[in-house]
Design a protein around this ligand. Structure first.
Ligand SMILES: Nc1ncnc2c1ncn2[C@@H]1O[C@H](COP(=O)(O)OP(=O)(O)OP(=O)(O)O)[C@@H](O)[C@H]1O
Length: 732
């Protein structure tokens, strides 16, 4: 299907201007809008097919406008074509890597900001102030991770306040309905892990008392809402916005914010997710998105940010039959012009997403690329890289090593039998022709193998595998005797001293003795009386009651090749520099528990951070790691700690298992390789030879950034894989 015909020439800004002029629909100046005016070569029938596809993307559900099955097929075809295009045009894709890398104009830093801004940060300030005066009224700050996007955003808020921002102005200019309450403050939305960081940066880097900050998160958050208007910064989390929207609690959504800043804005890259919908429903006069990786996999990901920014024409749906435009096209009939929704088309999809997805770097696809890079992104995005601005930053060297180890005989045996079992299961799906219907099962097979590479305990002692076998501890161990009754332990509870007791013995004795201690070694016995459903469960001190450590016999704790490799690297690290610290990432929190236990046993002090922790618990873990010289290892799940954190106190990062997406690993590396780091940084990625991990690395290389960047991985991520990819993973 041809939408435009252009003489092909090199990708220049002039070319982009021409394309823009042709494609602009009701753009920065309103123009008449008809299908023919927009794309003269398209017939109305063709247009309506496109609209069906757009609805699929917009709503995440198939709106039945006639032929749902066809639409789904068409959608799948789009995705496949996009994947193919990505493979063929990766170099060009990377070309998006910098936007406005150098600018001549700088702005003076605001007087309330006490930290001196670097040159590129002053360039940002000049650009951002202009952006807020322009029709775009915001934009995307996409600097590499660790270049100080938080400080830059704070600088903008202060600078604008200095200029004397009138709330009434924003109320007038905003399209928000008048029932919304106007507030002067900036709403910052960030992942939970970044909340404290925002508070700290505002407090540390601005004149004392010059900013009122309110953290709106947690169960009691609603207490102070009537005072929203008094704050300069209201800091909340993506999960809070999503929960309120889903439960129809109209608190954040009933305000007309002066400015919204999305930190780690790639959290809303999926236009179909609830979080994205919740964010898009917020109202403000100015909108900013901050992300070091705004585009992880496909051009489509930019759309939710573009939609958030509400830019004419890029974010809008236009009507084929009149000059109406709207941000939403989800109802059957347009509430503005009353024409049916299928008579509306999404500008972004028609001029950017569809041509790129269907043509790649050829024909209209290439034209769309030029338009996107040289016109649209230039207007809305500022991206500087650490490499490009190395002179401003003066960051030390980063050395990345891939460390390959081999299993010992026992591990090899265990892994091989699991591999054979998994392959047999996989082959069954192939033979039955049901491969593509079994993503979740295949994901589970792959996860089990990946866990077995880290440590067989992760498979053997997973709560589900123990539940299946009716056991409470793992098979690898002889039956334990209770330290109190000396019979085989019934419902065994393992104490931090590694001695085992019957659950009933512990209950009985704790009713008589207040301070329990182990009769064998006299260490105290910790009984967790706080959890409602587990009143009597003794837990290993410092670990969750659900920790894998409560399901294994610690008397006979066995290490693994990965753990030993890590210990060796830690030893090297300490030998080189006594005061060095490291972050250890794994995708499996149970593996982090095993590492924690093993290191602790040999006197290495660690802290741990995972998604189940409250903001306060996270903050105390971060504080301990940054301020206690004896605490040298930070164990972290990348999902919980990979974003936002500043941990330059560490100079080493150890990745215990490979991620599907290399971009996600880079997020982890950049926790230490950022402003404030003065030592050379060392990154070690651990891989066991001849295992699924090597396959994952090969596939990562083969497919580059094609995998969904779901931090931590999910079964949906596998849906990004083709049948051929899956076969590649399971082939011997
Ligand atoms: N001008 C400056 N002078 C000194 N330190 C700075 C400056 N700007 C930023 N920093 C520090 O640099 C570190 C990284 O900043 P920040 O966390 O804002 O980076 P980021 O770009 O948001 O990273 P990410 O994308 O990983 O969240 C912080 O410790 C911050 O205090």
């Amino acid at each position: 299907m041809r939408i435009h015909s252009h003489p092909s020439s090199s990708s220049t800004e002039d070319e982009a201007d021409n394309l823009m002029n042709e494609a602009q629909v009701g753009g920065f100046v309103d123009t008449d809008l008809t299908a023919e005016a927009v794309c003269p070569n398209i017939t109305k029938g063709e247009c309506s097919i496109k609209i069906k596809e757009e609805q699929v993307e917009q709503d995440g559900v198939i709106n039945d406008v006639g032929n749902g099955g066809d639409i789904l097929l068409m959608w799948q075809k789009w995705e496949e074509e996009n994947d193919r295009w990505m493979e063929e045009n990766y170099a060009l894709y990377l070309d998006f890597n910098s936007q406005n890398e150098f600018m001549t104009e700088t702005a003076e830093q605001p007087s309330d900001l006490i930290i001196p801004l670097l040159r590129y940060q002053k360039e940002w300030l000049a650009w951002a102030l202009k952006q807020e005066e322009s029709i775009v009224r915001g934009g995307i700050l996409a600097d590499d991770m660790g270049m100080g996007k938080t400080v830059q955003a704070i600088a903008l808020v202060l600078a604008k306040r200095g200029i004397g921002q009138a709330i009434s102005d924003s109320g007038l200019l905003s399209p928000a309905p008048c029932i919304l309450q106007a507030v002067k403050g900036t709403l910052v939305i960030c992942p939970v892990v970044a909340v404290i960081q925002w508070v700290n940066e505002i407090e540390r880097f601005t004149t004392k008392g010059s900013n009122a900050i309110f953290v709106y998160h947690g169960a009691n958050r609603e207490k102070n809402i009537c005072r929203f208007a008094e704050y300069d910064f209201v800091i909340t989390t993506y999960s809070t916005v999503e929960t309120e929207y889903r439960k129809n609690i109209m608190i954040l959504h009933s305000m007309n914010w002066n400015r919204i800043i999305l930190d780690e804005a790639h959290c809303v890259k999926n236009i179909r997710s609830n979080t994205t919908r919740a964010i898009l429903s917020l109202e403000s006069s100015y909108k900013w998105a901050l992300s070091g990786t705004p585009l992880q996999n496909r051009v489509g990901e930019l759309y939710s940010l573009v939609h958030f920014l509400q830019i004419i024409p890029y974010s809008y749906y236009f009507c084929e039959d009149c000059d109406c435009r709207a941000l939403d096209n989800s109802s059957f009939e347009c509430p503005h012009c009353h024409h049916q929704s299928f008579r509306h088309f999404c500008w972004w999809n028609r001029y950017i997403a569809s041509p790129i997805q269907s043509q790649g770097n050829h024909g209209f696809g290439r034209d769309a690329m030029v338009l996107l890079k040289h016109k649209i992104l230039k207007t809305i995005m500022l991206r500087r890289t650490k490499k490009g601005r190395a002179a401003d930053l003066g960051l030390p060297l980063k050395i990345v090593t891939l460390r390959k180890d081999c299993f010992d005989v026992k591990e090899e045996e265990y892994y091989r039998s699991l591999w054979d079992e998994s392959r047999a299961q996989f082959n069954m799906y192939i033979q039955a022709g049901t491969l593509m219907n079994n993503y979740v099962n295949i994901f589970n097979l792959l996860t089990r193998m990946r866990q077995a590479v880290d440590h067989p305990y992760l498979v053997e002692c997973s709560s589900s595998s123990l539940a299946r076998s009716g056991r409470t501890t793992n098979v690898g161990y002889v039956e334990q005797t209770c330290g109190l009754c000396h019979d085989p332990a019934k419902d065994p509870i393992v104490n931090s001293c590694t001695h085992v007791f019957c659950k009933s013995c512990l209950i009985n004795i704790s009713a008589i003795v207040e301070q329990l201690s182990c009769p064998s070694c006299f260490k105290s016995i910790t009984v967790d009386f706080t959890a409602n459903d587990q009143k009597t469960k003794a837990t290993i001190k410092g670990f969750r009651s659900s920790s894998i450590l409560n399901r294994i016999c610690l008397d006979n704790f066995q290490t693994s090749t990965k753990i030993e490799a890590l210990r060796e690297e830690i030893r090297f690290m300490i030998e080189r520099e006594g005061s060095a610290k490291a972050i250890v990432f794994s995708q499996f929190t149970s593996f982090l528990d095993l590492i924690h236990y093993s290191l602790q046993k040999s006197g290495i002090n660690c802290v741990q951070l995972d998604g189940s922790m409250t903001i306060t618990a996270r903050d105390s873990a971060i504080t301990r790691f940054t301020s206690d010289p004896d605490c040298i290892i930070f164990l972290m799940s990348l999902k919980a700690g990979g974003l936002s954190l500043n941990l330059t106190v560490a100079s080493h990062v150890f990745f215990m298992d490979p991620w599907w997406n290399a971009a996600v690993e880079r997020q982890g590396e950049d926790r230490i390789h950022r402003i404030g780091q003065f030592k050379p940084t060392r990154i070690v990625r651990f891989v066991i030879e001849n295992t699924i991990e090597e396959r994952i690395l090969e596939l990562q290389e083969k497919k580059k950034l094609l995998f969904e960047g779901t931090v931590g991985g999910a079964s949906e991520a596998l849906e990004e894989l083709t049948e051929a990819d899956l076969k590649f993973l399971f082939v011997t």
